[in-house]
Ligand binder design. Structure first.
Ligand code: ZN
Length: 92
C-alpha cells in the first residue's frame, strides 16, 4: 500500500518535471526565435556600419596584420619586414 502510493508519487513527480522541462525548452526556443527575428530586422534596417579588413597572419610571430599594408613586427626573420626591406632596397 505504502509502496504503491510512493510509486504513484514518483510517477507524478516525473510527469510534473517533464511538463516543466518541456515548457522551459519551449520558452527558450520562443525567446531565441524572437531575438533572431529582432536581429534580422535590425540588420535589414541599417547596412553594416563596420567594414571588415582582410588580415594576414605572420608565419613567424603569429600576429595578425592588415593584408593590404603589411608591416614588419620587428623580428629579424619576419617575412613582412624582409619584404619591406626588399622593396626599399630595389627602389634605390
Ligand atoms: Zn612577424
Amino acid at each position: 500500500m505504502l509502496e504503491m502510493s510512493l510509486n504513484k508519487l514518483l510517477l507524478l513527480a516525473l510527469v510534473i518535471g517533464g511538463v516543466w522541462y518541456y515548457s522551459k525548452i519551449k520558452r527558450r526556443m520562443a525567446a531565441r526565435e524572437k531575438r533572431a527575428g529582432a536581429d534580422a530586422g535590425a540588420r535589414a534596417q541599417r547596412p553594416s556600419a563596420i567594414e571588415a579588413e582582410e588580415m594576414a597572419q605572420c608565419p613567424r610571430c603569429g600576429t595578425y596584420i592588415p593584408a593590404e599594408r603589411p608591416k614588419a613586427c620587428g623580428r629579424a626573420d619576419c617575412p613582412y619586414g624582409a619584404r619591406v626591406q626588399e622593396a626599399s632596397s630595389t627602389r634605390r
